[in-house]
Design a protein around this ligand. Structure first.
Ligand SMILES: C[S@@+](CC[C@H](N)C(=O)[O-])C[C@H]1O[C@@H](n2cnc3c(N)ncnc32)[C@H](O)[C@@H]1O
Length: 234
């Protein structure tokens, strides 16, 4: 399990700014993260229950945080292998101890990388995955469209990309919506209002199938992009 994949001093591709920003955010928060986020990062367990990887399959989480999702998924799917990347070395420290505590280090590996540009061959010795999932991370990554492109390019033919994140809150009462958005902004969180449009365009250009839902009265958005088993012949 490698938390630090590159050397900050010598490699210019090291994501210094994003690492600093997220470490500042999570240095203390990580200790109360799992206990507090269970009440408002809704839909994560539903995402995990829908992953359903085959035996021997590989699953990657981009922005794995404390490793909470990876641990639960590895327990639910004991025949699959799990990988996670995160830009925060603070969060990865929590993830590594959670994975070790549950005795899952042989099936769950995490590494330090930026979701907008990562090389899984370098990090984990594998070029692509059967499933990639992104849970409440796109709303914290300024260049989130690049993360989607990177995720799609790391899926095997027939693979699936699962996403859950904050929605538009359009069916919440106005005052509740305004307060929630203000509170999220304090944590550098911006709901991606055009996620469905961006994913629809990706689905069209890659001949993929998109399923999009807005559960919990629009509090969350949930998407599954299923890629064709055979690449399209132009
Ligand atoms: C709200 S947390 C979600 C953690 C976890 N996925 C969950 O559902 O509990 C967002 C995570 O995204 C990570 N993150 C932010 N920017 C990132 C980037 N550019 N690349 C990879 N991870 C990033 C943060 O460090 C943090 O761990």
């Amino acid at each position: 399990m490698s938390a630090y994949s590159q050397d900050a001093g010598t490699d210019t591709s090291w994501p210094i700014e994003a690492t600093r920003r997220m470490n500042r955010m999570y240095r203390r928060q990580r200790h109360i993260y799992d206990g507090t986020r269970r009440y408002y990062l809704l839909g994560r367990d539903q995402l995990i229950s829908r992953l359903r990887p085959d035996a021997g399959a590989s699953v990657l989480e981009i922005g794995c945080g404390t490793g909470r999702n990876l641990v639960l998924a590895a327990q639910l799917y004991p025949d699959a292998r799990f990988f996670g990347i995160d830009v925060s070395t603070e969060m990865l420290t929590s993830a590594i101890s959670a994975i070790s505590r549950r005795g899952l280090a042989d099936r769950v590996r995490v590494a330090h990388a930026d979701g907008t540009a990562f090389d899984p061959q370098n990090l984990f010795g594998m070029p692509s995955f059967d499933r990639v999932f992104i849970s409440y991370s796109l709303s914290m990554i300024p260049d989130w469209r690049r993360v989607l492109e990177a995720a799609a390019s790391r899926l095997k033919p027939g693979g699936r990309l699962h996403i859950v994140d904050f929605g538009r809150q359009e069916r919440l009462p106005g005052i509740a919506r305004a307060l929630l958005l203000r509170w999220l902004a304090m944590f550098d969180v911006t709901p991606r209002d055009d996620l469905e449009r961006v994913l629809s365009a990706m689905a069209r250009s890659r001949n993929a199938n998109l399923r999009f839902e807005r559960p919990f009265r629009g509090y969350a958005q949930y998407a599954v992009l299923t890629f064709p088993s055979e690449p399209r012949i132009p």
